[in-house]
Design a protein around this ligand. Structure first.
Ligand code: PGA
Length: 256
């Protein structure tokens, strides 16, 4: 049974003060209800360590939103996986569509980052998803295949087992338009079948696939109840503790 995993991607939002108070609210509610789901928050880099202080002793885990594959050196502006681990991260988001779209990340550069993350032993939330035009032209599956092939090139199934995949249709991110539960399920099932044929059935059955794209408390339960949807990567709604907790509770109800 795959344990559901709800992660909040705070993107380029919050201040030191609001990041800490948001983390405090999430941590205390999660500690009080101890839901049988995994929960993580992914604040901007400067707030990782202050948020870690707030999360101390709570089951809520910490993730970075990106990282560079090199350990150290003359790479101005970059953050290494070692640094994320050093400040207490268990997770890193890699390949988010905003990184692909605005910062030129490619399947090859994402593959290098995932390889480094696997090597360092940090959990990876590997994001894939099609553009609206891909979906409209019937190319969703070929786009997902290309992203999976490129991002996971050269890995064994034991290495891929360290990942969580986030299926995030780009047209649903931050738009208020959610993939229908059936659209999400179809994409997740496609990804799982691809993993079974490229790697093996055991890996495919155990790997968690989150859905991301305008997940809110109102739509969470319906999407999360689909058999191949194992959690959510939440942007906008993770910035308000009541909304994020509503999504966590929806996941927890299904896990019961
Ligand atoms: P959203 O973002 O929930 O605001 O649509 C999701 C994401 O980009 O991970």
């Amino acid at each position: 049974m795959r344990r559901k995993f709800v992660a909040g991607n705070w993107k380029l939002n919050t201040t030191l003060e609001s990041a800490q108070s948001l983390a405090r609210e999430v941590a205390s509610a999660v500690a009080a209800s101890s839901p049988s789901v995994d929960v993580a928050v992914c604040p901007p880099f400067p707030y990782l360590y202050p948020v870690k202080q707030v999360l101390a002793g709570s089951p809520v885990e910490l993730g970075g939103q990106n990282a560079y594959h090199e350990k150290s050196g003359a790479f101005t502006g970059e953050t290494s996986l070692e640094m994320l681990l050093d400040v207490g991260c268990q997770w890193v988001i890699l390949g988010h569509s905003e990184r692909r779209q605005f910062f030129g990340e490619t399947d090859a550069s994402i593959n290098r980052k995932i390889a480094a993350a696997i090597d360092r032993g940090i959990g990876v939330i590997f994001c894939i998803g099609e553009l609206l035009e891909d979906r409209q032209s019937g190319n969703t599956e070929s786009v997902l295949t290309t992203q999976l092939q490129g991002g996971l090139a050269g890995f064994t199934s034991a290495q891929v087992a360290q990942l969580v995949i986030a299926y995030e249709p780009v047209w649903a991110i931050g738009t208020g338009v959610t993939a229908s539960p059936d659209q999400a399920e179809a994409a997740h099932a496609f990804i799982r079948n691809w993993l079974a044929s490229r790697f093996d059935a055991q890996l495919a059955a155990g790997l968690r696939i989150q859905y991301g794209g305008s997940v809110k408390p109102e739509n969470a339960k319906e999407i999360l109840s689909k058999p191949n949807v194992d959690g959510a990567l939440v942007g906008g709604a993770s910035l308000k503790s009541d909304q994020f907790l509503g999504i966590i509770n929806a996941a927890a109800e299904l896990a019961r």
